[in-house]
Design a protein around this ligand. Structure first.
Ligand SMILES: NC(=O)c1ccc[n+]([C@@H]2O[C@H](COP(=O)([O-])OP(=O)(O)OC[C@H]3O[C@@H](n4cnc5c(N)ncnc54)[C@H](OP(=O)(O)O)[C@@H]3O)[C@@H](O)[C@H]2O)c1
Length: 346
């Protein structure tokens, strides 16, 4: 059972609202935020330019990432892209969670979302953000109010399409009743099966794309899984139960079995993990993140690979919501999140 190097399922464009995109986009978070050591600005710009040259059209950023630095980085790179190419790029941003006084704050009030959007437009050096997500549901603000304010951004021409992130099926339906939602961005990977609790079906039914974030399990499902003890103190994986000493060794044992499946299928573990996500449904788009050109190329190569269905099924039997050890976030973070729980209740 070997991966076929023909046009894989990823080569057929996938729909996000009014946009057609390749099935793999680029998550830009770790160019400025969250993991390990961010690259230098020059290396980050080189990575982004290479991604665009390699055919990536969906770029995913947020006001939160680097507290504005990630939007500025994308703004610098996109400003130098010729207009003909720029028109093919789907620039996705997020509001509703920002850095305030050096801390992460969830705030879905209409006035905050309006201000965040104006700041994002300035940093991104653009008049319009193609896809704008509410990054988190603010429990103090009805989602109808947040989405109502974002619908005004669409009416004003500042944003083309709306999305939600870390939202449940019930919240997606409420939001969609206020304004069409083009995409729901939730975590989805072999070890985070939360969408299977409701949002995979709800998005399919409503014609909403499901954008899978952290499809490589934050680096765990790759040839270079993190060593949690060696991570800098600020790396957010240090706060995640799946990477802690109680759970990580057992998760690594499962990962070794996945590596054997990938080897037999003639692909890398990262490619097996991405192919598994893309094979869940044709309305799923994955946005792996990387600082490395080599990793970028390895991930994009999955668009031209079709690992056999038996290998994907075998991977799903090894790592799933029953076999994974630990929750995906710690309890404080889970308490903030609207998404259905799953896998060690995270
Ligand atoms: N909406 C939300 O709440 C939310 C939350 C998290 C993430 N996101 C979005 O989703 C995107 C992706 O998620 P993510 O960055 O959390 O996780 P991910 O894509 O699952 O994994 C990224 C990690 O994997 C490593 N990696 C990537 N490709 C690799 C390869 N081929 N071989 C070896 N290592 C590889 C990267 O390290 P290197 O840099 O060394 O390659 C990085 O540490 C983010 O950039 C962001 O846009 C959204």
């Amino acid at each position: 059972m070997t991966a076929t190097p023909t046009a894989g399922p990823g080569r057929t464009p996938r729909r996000i609202g009014p946009f057609d995109v390749p099935a793999i986009g680029l998550g830009c978070m770790n160019l400025s935020h969250a993991y390990d050591t961010p690259p230098t600005p020059e290396a980050a710009e080189h990575l982004l330019r290479t991604a665009l040259d390699e055919g990536v059209t969906l770029l995913d950023t947020a006001a939160l990432y680097g507290f504005g630095a990630n939007e500025e980085l994308l703004g610098r790179v996109l400003a130098r892209v010729p207009a003909r190419h720029r028109d093919r790029i789907v620039l996705a941003g997020k509001c509703g969670m920002t850095g305030v006084g050096g801390r992460r704050v969830i705030d879905g009030r209409p006035e905050t979302l309006r201000r965040t959007a104006d700041e994002a437009l300035a940093r991104l050096r653009t008049d319009t953000i193609d896809l704008y997500y509410l990054h988190r549901i603010d429990r103090r603000v009805p989602v109808e109010e947040s989405i109502g304010a974002m619908a005004e951004l669409v009416a004003a021409g500042k944003v083309r399409a709306l999305g939600l992130s870390e939202a449940s099926a019930a919240t997606l339906r409420r939001a969609h009743a206020v304004h069409p939602i083009a995409a729901l961005q939730n975590e989805y990977s072999l070890w985070s099966r939360n969408p299977e609790q409701g949002t995979l079906g709800a998005t399919r039914e409503l014609g909403v794309a499901l954008v899978a974030f952290s499809p490589l399990a934050r680096g765990f499902l790759t040839s270079a899984p993190p060593d949690p003890d060696g991570l800098p103190a600020r790396d957010i994986r240090r706060t995640m139960p799946r990477f802690d000493a109680r759970n990580y060794p057992a998760n690594l044992a499962l990962r070794r079995a996945l590596e054997r499946i990938a080897r037999d299928a003639g692909c890398t573990l990262a490619q097996l993990a991405l192919a598994w996500v893309l094979a869940r449904a044709p309305h799923v788009v994955a946005i792996p993140g990387t600082r490395s050109v080599a990793h970028l190329r390895e991930n994009l190569a999955v668009l031209d690979l079709a690992p056999p269905g038996e290998a994907l099924d075998a991977a799903g039997r090894v790592l799933n919501s029953t076999t994974v050890h630990g929750a995906r976030y710690n309890e404080d973070t889970l308490a903030e999140i609207d998404t259905e729980r799953c896998g060690a209740a995270g």
